[in-house]
Design a protein around this ligand. Sequence first.
Ligand code: C2E
Ligand code: CA
Ligand code: CA
Length: 322
Amino acid sequence: IAATIWLPRSSLAPQQEELRRLGSLVTGCLALVILGFLLLIPRQPPDNPITAIEEALKAGEFVPYYQPILDIRTGKLRGAEVLARWRKPDGSVLLPANFIPLAESTGIMRDLTRTLMRQAVKELGRMLAQRPHLRIGFNIVPQHFANEEIIDDINYIFRNSPLRLSQIVLELTERQPIESLEETQRVIAALQQMGVHIAIDDVGAGHNGLSYILKLGVDVIKIDKMFVDSLGVDGSSSAIVRTLIDLAQSLRMDIVAEGVETFEQVEQLRNLGIRAAQGHVFAPPLPGSLFLQLVEAIDPRPQAAGAAPAKELSAGSLRCSA
Ligand code: C2E
Ligand code: CA
Ligand code: CA
């Protein structure tokens, strides 16, 4: 905007100060108008998916869901696995397939894991402190095991939390290669010294083979859904599951079967000697509040056991959040 003002030169001197003030006023007004426009422009989600993930992380949109793990001999709750969900401001909830691979490639996976750990402590800390027999498992990318950072994270997040370090399980997937076996072994051993349990996830689905699992010295083997699905259908898969069970038993490792969808599978797994399982047959991953209600209902604290009955939990409310 240009403003031209014509004045006789003689009248300029006394007016100069006033003109200067007028100039400042116009500039100030223009700046306010521009700022107002900028604030009124609706905020568009960033086009770049990596930026979108980074912003969602800052905005606290990644939340933990908890899938119960049950003892299939006693029917008792053993704990839960934490599964990440992206809860968008519009209320939609995205599954990990939509963001974990990208988060892994950009190196923000560790921050995402820390966020989930902190939220889990906040949501479940008190409940877990009252139930030391329950464990909580976190999925950890192999790179996070490649140096002592994971040890620092566990110390920093859990040392002064209500739950015990022995209630933590770290799940290391077998789907991705482990770059430094020696360093990973060292980190695993240090975590086990602290009381943390280590599980190897997706066993049989990766390319590392059994000898690899043995070298890592883990505490728990998680059998992939792929094998659970083929039980009783595919003879070779059943044979692999049997081998894994023998191996786990001889090495005193625990086994958890994943992705169990039918009662028939529960029975087959129990007959094979497997004690723990998770899957939609019991419950999908649940938001924190629903998981806490489930725990109160099926695993009441001893002193609360005879007290008021736990709030009724409908099957529908469990199904809603897969
Ligand atoms: P996973 O660790 O093998 O987790 C089990 C997946 O199986 C979960 O999928 C779970 O929702 C699904 N599932 C459980 N029971 C059943 C069932 O009965 N039927 C079927 N069809 N599916 C079942 P989800 O939540 O989509 O997670 C997929 C994968 O994403 C996880 O596989 C894990 O590898 C990864 N992931 C999830 N959260 C995290 C995280 O916080 N960190 C890392 N690094 N990876 C994560
Ligand atoms: Ca897992
Ligand atoms: Ca798995």
